[in-house]
Design a binder for this molecule. Structure first.
Ligand SMILES: Cc1cc2nc3c(=O)[nH]c(=O)nc-3n(C[C@H](O)[C@H](O)[C@H](O)COP(=O)(O)OP(=O)(O)OC[C@H]3O[C@@H](n4cnc5c(N)ncnc54)[C@H](O)[C@@H]3O)c2cc1C
Length: 461
């Protein structure tokens, strides 16, 4: 790694160079999610000098965050240290843990909050997205998002705190006094795959784990989970039959569906809906939508659909030579003119493809247009059941067979042998015993707030 002054031709860089020590690499990658990680791995193996910068020292596996939040798997299963991933490639890939504050796309330079700048021949922006609360009053303050490892541990701590409070209150209530309201209630806002999986997992916890660890009577009479969406259906990206199957399964597990009504506000007591009805909830989980990462606004690049950056068919940015944007940060349109969805498979494949084009750039070869291989969509709906629509033709599979497909795909997507083994062991143990040895309060502040009765505030610990 070489440290050298910034290019003196740029006023912007001259200004930044006064404040930042600039380090130069062939390729600078912003974000070690599915896209950035895959690109760095492929470039590192090809001997390209890469710096990979992420605010976290680990790669986080978002598809299983809901299982961390519901104590089904350990945090270490979804957070794999970047330095472990790149140990064998450390001669080529430099890992930096830093929060990037500004992207100077024309100069292919990024500035970090710790006063450093990284500049490259090529800049790859793979900074992902962030939760969107759609300006719903109270949502940001009182609802728990589920986007990061931090979110998942805060949520699990708050749910454990609320559950312990509910159990204590019930135990202190004289047996001849009927309690007037549900003691433990969770409202999940957003009926997409993430909301369906989360609500299903909480229902399973109530039915099996709370019943086992607290009491069956407490689980049945005092615990509830609600799933709310403004659309008339759950799983909107899936076909009607899959949607009906998922809704029926959720109801059978005890999830109370509230569809076709928007949430208008959230407060410390729960949520209010557009028809002025309310759902009281100790914990509100917000999985209703995502927006582009606000870091993109600093890049000077023009943004398109959803605030993301429009890319060319080869994943580069027309207005900024040497800049690629990948995964959830990009608007990627395939050869048939379809906008590709924000999925792990799109991010991973775009990372691999961009790396090949970057190698071509460095060797003076032509780039190739991105071809996405659509493997379909999946969602787990409680224990041993899932919906799968596989391949470009969306071949539908429902039930246990879809569950097997879900397991295979997620084990394949997980990064690391230890993480894969740990997930499989947890799933098997959970399936056969319903035990939760990985229940840990990771964020004592979130637990204590929920335990003391002010549960839906999301102040950081
Ligand atoms: C809860 C959840 C469940 C999901 N489930 C599925 C699923 O089942 N199947 C599926 O296909 N897809 C799923 N997705 C979508 C999938 O996870 C995303 O499409 C994918 O992660 C996008 O990859 P990415 O590399 O573009 O961004 P990300 O994976 O989000 O990575 C972005 C990286 O950039 C880093 N970063 C961001 N800002 C900064 C900054 N300022 N400074 C430094 N670093 C920064 C972040 O820390 C992160 O590591 C899910 C998403 C969520 C949130």
């Amino acid at each position: 790694m070489e440290s050298q002054p910034a290019d003196p031709h740029s006023n912007e860089e001259q200004r930044d160079a006064r404040h930042h020590l600039v380090q130069h690499h062939e390729v600078v990658i912003v974000g070690a999610g599915f896209a950035g990680l895959t690109a760095a791995q492929r470039l590192g193996r090809a001997g390209v000098d890469v710096v990979l910068i992420d605010q976290n020292p680990y790669h986080q596996f978002q598809p299983l965050l809901y299982q961390v939040a519901t104590s089904q798997i350990a945090v270490s299963t979804v957070a794999r240290p970047l330095r472990a991933i790149f140990r064998k490639l450390r001669g080529h890939v430099t890992v930096r843990t830093a929060k990037i504050s500004t992207i100077d796309a024309p100069n292919r330079t990024v500035m970090t909050t710790d006063g450093l700048a990284y500049s490259g021949q090529i800049l790859v922006i793979a900074a992902g997205a962030e939760p969107s609360f759609f300006d719903t009053p109270g949502a940001k303050e009182h609802a728990f998002p589920l986007y990061s490892v931090d979110d998942a541990t805060a949520l699990s701590s708050a749910m454990l705190g609320a559950l312990d409070r509910a159990a204590t209150t019930r135990d202190a209530t004289p047996s001849d006094t009927a309690p007037s309201e549900t003691a433990f209630s969770v409202a999940v806002v957003g009926g997409g795959p993430n909301g369906v999986e989360t609500a299903g997992a909480i229902a399973e916890n109530i039915n099996y784990v709370v019943a086992k660890y607290y009491s069956p009577q407490f689980a049945v009479t005092a615990c509830q989970v609600h799933l709310v969406d403004m659309l008339d259906t759950v799983l909107s990206p899936f076909t009607d039959k899959s949607q009906h199957y998922a809704a029926d399964r959720l109801r059978a597990m005890g999830v109370r569906l509230r569809l076709g009504t928007a949430v208008t506000s959230v407060d410390s007591h729960g949520i209010t809906l557009a028809d002025d009805s309310t759902i009281s909830a100790n914990v509100v989980i917000w999985v209703a939508g995502l927006q582009a990462n606000s870091l993109l606004d600093t890049s000077g690049l023009s943004t398109g659909r959803g605030g993301r950056i429009d890319v060319e068919s080869d994943l580069s940015v027309a207005e900024a030579p040497g800049v690629y944007v990948l995964g959830d940060a990009a608007n990627i349109v395939d050869a048939k003119g379809r906008h590709l969805p924000q999925l792990a498979a799109v991010a991973q494949q775009s990372g691999k493809w961009a790396a090949a084009n970057i190698e071509a750039d460095l060797q003076g070869q032509p780039r190739r247009a991105f071809e996405y291989l659509d493997k379909g969509v999946l969602a787990m709906v409680g224990r041993g059941q899932a919906v799968a629509e596989l391949g470009t033709h969306r071949r539908r599979v429902l039930g246990p067979l879809a569950f097997v497909a879900w397991l295979v795909v997620h084990v394949g997507l997980l990064s690391g042998v230890a993480q894969r083994l740990s997930a499989v062991v947890s799933w098997c143990r959970d399936y056969f015993t319903h035990s939760r040895p990985q229940v840990v309060v990771h964020q004592p502040g979130a637990y204590a707030r929920a335990r003391s009765g002010s549960p839906t505030t999301t102040e950081p610990d």
